[in-house]
Design a protein around this ligand. Structure first.
Ligand SMILES: CC(C)(COP(=O)(O)OP(=O)(O)OC[C@H]1O[C@@H](n2cnc3c(N)ncnc32)[C@H](O)[C@@H]1OP(=O)(O)O)[C@@H](O)C(=O)NCCC(=O)NCCS
Length: 425
């Protein structure tokens, strides 16, 4: 079956997490993703958080499926020639180097356009134009600079980062959308273009509702935040709201049966207004249905802690899955707190191809997260990540047309393999 992006060639200059997330998606959708790595070194994550001696780490393998790897020293004159040919042969160049690194290599946007006017050059950077544009940025810095940390955590605690990699993987997703949009536009114009996804902007985009609340705050207190009911005054910036729901309907994380020993025996519970009466029945408080102190969402706002404590008395008598089984048919929005262990074992996620077992020659079998976006006409088969330089010779000959003798010459010149030490050394 023809894949959605079959025929699209991606020059993948990405490393660590943000860029690789993007190019992995393109590869899953059928693009030929050619990952360029430094000879003898490769993507730094190959050797970060190593759990099996001598094998590529899970950090690397889980972000680089379905790609081919070519080793190329792009600062070596012969290596530069190969890179020029790759730029001419590919449709998209994706990179997440530190600001200016590509220019220092001699591959400015102007030069890339000269080589290939159809090229789409897509970059992740920490910040867009402005005072911080030259900074190197990692995940948690982006979470802090994009408004996530200041709005995550509890009111009486410090700013907190989230486990979801919204800075890196989130920006990779934004970049993938930018690339697809540019490819679509190129169909009409014939021209490539630059695509920039700054991590700060990506995180802020995901924190959109908090900028909404910032503006609401200027008109009065945020009544759905727990602190309103607790009579804690608001300051001039959106506060951390603990586990309050961001959607205007009060919600909390509540203990379930077994919470004393299981750190994940909890459920999320939303007291959504249209199902309030059903909630009252489930928790055995039918009198709250008609009591003016509880009947309307507004009346409930100043006693949310009491209400949730009462609901929790009920949830503590049930497992998180029993809460789900009881509430789901009644349209009461609840959700179990699932541990990574539970997710790894989840049969529905496995059947959907979202949790996938992959075999790897160095490390054996491991689990990964497969493609979370499902296309009915472009199914995804998750293939293992490439070993360092596994496809160097293949790419040089198949994609760029080098002869076997030329491939050998490039090796000897130190363009595709680490330069050989002098015999006298
Ligand atoms: C992630 C980041 C902080 C890492 O910084 P770093 O480890 O110093 O890596 P850099 O991107 O600066 O690259 C280091 C050097 O390797 C060089 N290099 C990379 N691949 C090469 C290759 N195949 N051949 C020769 N040189 C290569 C680069 O040209 C650069 O050289 P320079 O400093 O002389 O210009 C930085 O790349 C960054 O800020 N990226 C953008 C934001 C981002 O994506 N952050 C999240 C990462 S998950």
């Amino acid at each position: 079956m023809v894949k959605a992006l079959e025929g699209v060639k991606v020059l993948d200059f990405t490393h660590v997490q943000s860029g690789p997330t993007c190019t992995q998606l393109l590869a899953w959708f059928g693009a030929d993703v050619i990952k360029v790595e430094r000879p003898g070194v490769g993507d730094a994550t190959r050797k970060q958080l190593v759990d099996v001696d001598g094998a590529d780490s899970l950090y690397f393998t889980m972000l680089n499926h379905n790609k081919r790897s070519i080793t190329l020293d792009t600062k070596n004159p012969k290596g530069k020639e190969v890179l020029e040919r790759l730029v001419k042969a590919c449709d998209v160049l994706v990179e997440n180097f530190a600001p200016g690194a590509l220019d220092r290599m001699g591959f400015t946007w102007e030069r890339i356009q000269e080589l290939n006017p159809r090229m789409i050059m897509a970059s992740v950077k920490g910040f867009g134009p402005g005072p911080f544009e030259d900074s190197k940025v990692y995940e948690n810095i982006a979470q802090c600079a994009g408004g996530s940390a200041s709005t995550t955590g509890f009111l009486d605690g410090p700013p907190t980062v989230t486990g979801a990699q919204i800075g890196d993987s989130g920006t990779g997703l934004h970049l993938a959308l930018g690339i697809m949009t540019a490819l679509f536009q190129r169909e009409k114009t014939g021209r490539g273009q630059k695509v920039l996804a700054p991590m700060q902007d990506g995180v802020l985009n995901l924190c959109r509702v908090k900028l909404r609340d910032q503006q609401r705050l200027e008109r009065g207190p945020l009544t759905e935040y727990s602190q309103y009911g607790e009579d804690i005054p608001f300051g001039d910036a959106v506060p951390r709201a603990g586990n309050d729901s961001g959607g205007g309907q009060p919600g909390r994380i509540l203990k379930c049966k077994g919470w004393e020993t299981d750190p994940n025996a909890y459920t999320y519970f939303i007291t959504q207004a249209p199902v309030w009466e059903k909630i009252c029945d489930v928790i055995n408080k039918p009198e709250w249905k008609e009591d003016p102190e509880y009947k309307t969402p507004k009346a409930r706002l100043n006693k949310l802690s009491h209400i949730f404590n009462t609901i929790e008395e009920w949830t503590m008598t049930k497992t998180k899955f029993e809460v789900m089984e009881i509430c789901n048919p009644l349209d009461i929005p609840v959700g179990p707190i699932l541990s990574m262990k539970e997710l790894a074992e989840d049969q529905a996620l496995r059947a959907a191809g979202t949790i996938v077992e992959v075999d790897h020659p160095e490390r054996g079998k491991y689990l990964t997260v497969g493609c979370p976006i499902k296309l009915s006409d472009s199914p995804v088969e998750v293939r293992r990540s490439p070993l360092l330089g596994e496809h160097t010779d293949q790419i040089l000959s198949d994609v760029l047309g080098y002869s076997a003798a030329e491939v050998e010459e490039l090796k000897n010149a130190g363009a595709t393999e680490p330069a050989k030490k002098m015999a006298a050394e």
